[in-house]
Design a protein around this ligand. Structure first.
Ligand SMILES: [Zn+2]
Length: 92
C-alpha cells in the first residue's frame, strides 16, 4: 500500500529530509515533531480524495524559528476530511 508522502520545507523552500534535520538546532523539538508526524500518519494514511484520488502530503515546516506540521491537499474536499479526522482524534 502506498503511504503518505512527506515533504520538508525551510522558510517556504522544499528541502530533503537530511538537510532539514541538519538545519534544525533544537533536536529535542525535531524528535517531538517526528513522533507527532508518525502518529498522525496512522490516521491519515487511508485518506484519499474521492474526486482526485490524491492524498494529503505531510509537510514538516521550519519557518521563523518555528517547527510545525501542515497537510497540503489537492482541494477543499480533502482538506475538510483531513481536518475532521485531526479534530476527531484530537491531533490538533
Ligand atoms: Zn481533491
Amino acid at each position: 500500500m502506498m503511504s503518505m508522502e512527506i515533504s520538508y520545507e525551510i522558510n517556504g523552500r522544499k528541502i530533503n529530509s537530511d538537510k532539514f534535520c541538519e538545519s534544525i538546532v533544537d533536536q529535542t523539538k525535531l524528535i517531538a515533531l517526528e513522533a507527532t508526524a508518525e502518529h498522525i500518519k496512522k490516521y491519515l494514511n487511508s485518506v484519499i480524495c474521492p474526486e482526485h484520488e490524491e492524498r494529503p502530503i505531510l509537510t514538516m515546516k521550519f519557518e521563523n524559528s518555528d517547527l510545525s506540521l501542515t497537510f497540503p491537499c489537492c482541494c477543499d474536499l480533502l482538506k475538510n476530511q483531513v481536518s475532521e479526522i485531526l479534530q476527531k482524534e484530537m491531533l490538533i
